[in-house]
Write a protein that binds this ligand. Sequence first.
Ligand code: NAD
Length: 241
Amino acid sequence: MSTAVVTGAGGALGRAIARRLAADGHAVAVVDVSAEALEDTRRELEAAGARVRAWALDLRDADAVGGMFTSVDDTSILVNNAAIYPSRPFLDIPLAEYDDVQAVNQRGYWICAQAAARQMVRAGGGAIVNIASIVRHGGWADLASYAATKGAAVALTRALARELGPSGVRVNAVSPGAFPTAAEEIHPDPEGYNRFVLDHQALKRRGTPDELAAVVSFLTGPDSSFMTGQTIEVNGGWVMS
Ligand SMILES: NC(=O)c1ccc[n+]([C@@H]2O[C@H](COP(=O)([O-])OP(=O)(O)OC[C@H]3O[C@@H](n4cnc5c(N)ncnc54)[C@H](O)[C@@H]3O)[C@@H](O)[C@H]2O)c1
């Protein structure tokens, strides 16, 4: 048996990704710092017949993450998805907040990728997907610390793809545009933000978490077997690459 590990699976995108990977036939290990949100995900997946184990832990705690990967010792897929996104003007961001964003969005991705890759290399293959963000393309006010980590996620993806490719481990990134999740609550004017998003997208409707999860499914499945080091933009044609 092998397991797909999804971090941040208490949130809307992580939950949809876990649901999709379970539907693809994988056993899933779902991880989140919010025990309550995680329990909702676990219950939903179990009700759908998934083989699911839940780990309520903080990705800033390397020992807790290590313990999880000791127990889940057959990781074939890792989706680094958990992130925080405090919004504040650059000049007002305390160093402690910057450190926190790095600890979750960057160091957290690193710790999980290293632990998962050790298992994948041993097994002779695997797939890692790092969730980036459209924000890294630049020009987003009040999200400097978050944007920096999302640029780092793409650089990490390429570095790991290069290094782990010879061992059969593929590493790709998915870069979401604006999906209607809890993440949107940072915007003070929801209707104005919705108009802003639709103005910028080529497709004049909002994306759904399932549409994002479908791309993760593709990148972790056999149809993308010759792809590594890539970043796929899923944003309704907002930023085009
Ligand atoms: N929603 C969007 O529009 C959007 C756009 C671009 C990128 N993204 C990216 O998609 C991913 C998922 O975002 P979302 O919209 O579902 O956000 P979300 O806030 O709903 O979900 C993130 C989840 O991560 C968990 N988490 C936060 N800190 C953690 C920690 N220290 N340890 C373990 N879990 C932790 C949270 O509890 C939450 O359940 C993130 O990487 C985000 O940057 C989202």
